[in-house]
Write a protein that binds this ligand. Sequence first.
Ligand code: GLV
Ligand code: MN
Ligand code: MN
Length: 441
Amino acid sequence: MTRRQFLALSAAIAAWTPAVAGQAPRIQPGRLRARLEMLSTFGRPDGGTFSDGVSRVAYSDADVAARAWLMDELRGAGLAPRIDPAGNIFARVEGRDPARPPIVFGSHIDTVPNGGNFDGSLGTLAALEVLESLAAAKWTTRHPLELVVWAHEEGVAFTQGLSGSRIVAGDVPDDVLERTWNGMTRAEALRRIGGAPERLRDAVRAPGAHHCYLELHIEQGGTLDTRKVPIGIVTGIVAIHRHEVRVTGMANHAGTTPMDQRQDALIAAARGVLAVRAVGAARQGPQVATVGRLDVVPNAPNVIPGEVTFTVELRDLSEDLLALMADEIRERLDLIAQETGTTMAMRQVSRNPAAAAAPRVQEAIIAAAGDEGLAALRLPSGAGHDAQMMARLGPMGMIFVPSVGGVSHAPAEFTSWDDCARGAQVLLVAVLAADARDTMV
Ligand code: GLV
Ligand code: MN
Ligand code: MN
């Protein structure tokens, strides 16, 4: 721990006031684990086990089946879940004072291809665990409580993530339903998961509609694991800007076209990938730049590629820096295009804004960790989360638990069962701490 982090943590602990002074109902770790293991079977590779991870890309058969299972689990817990027009699942428990805005908490269950068992799944099933544990203890809150399972967080489909929360936050571009991916329009995809594209705008909520939003998530980086701290309090979430680069060369015969007469789009793209890395690494700081997907046309061994499209993803807390990095990448691509006899056109395809966690929500989490006798560390999130969309509507906060070895978006992603249980318990107490306040603003 650096001296600065130590001082920040000490200040946070000095400010800690008990959330519910050890009186909170307890979550059931065994039930949480059993559900995580069950959810992992949806999208598991054939013949695989838990440790082989999942491919549960949004709108896939596995996603549809997992959502149906989850709806049953929610009903089995005595809840009455409903799906909003954007495909988000909500389950609400009324509070003692129906005039108060709800405390909303949850996460997502879609994954990246070959993803892990904890990203999104933990926060979703912990939210259910919180509602069930409070109900079993006959604990009623002043505010209504609302569990949410966000539709399509990862952004594998349609190259844009935070899809369900984005709509709820009011970001609904006119062409949103026409976009196609994997032979499906977005409207068809939404219908597959029980959404109602014709009423999409009904899913939008107004700023101030929530008392606050809370999300438990695995850290996905290695800070907590390295420092052996069980609870992270997120201070803010990075902005994510995605671009698409379309490289156009000339397709030609791989056997008859001399090496000095080629306009090979893949060679240009390969140099483009290195240019993206160079820009990402050009300055000190936490900014990152990644090319994660290439589509090569025609993608045949005996044809010089005529066209390549690749993604460029840039992340940092500063959106100004991301804009500057995009300009630098564009300049380098122009040069590569000249040298390779190709054209390289780069356009921005999505933007997740950076978001700060609300101080009072952070305080509620610190109080919850304090109640549970757990050390906690403030840290920013380098991963994107639906919480950054919810920050547009009101106070937001996130609880992180350690990712072993900092591995995520891969089958080896793992968080110890004890850490999962600790995170769920801190979520429960943080909900109660938030409930005790009239406003989180
Ligand atoms: C979501 O997990 C992201 O950060 O891409
Ligand atoms: Mn996630
Ligand atoms: Mn993810």
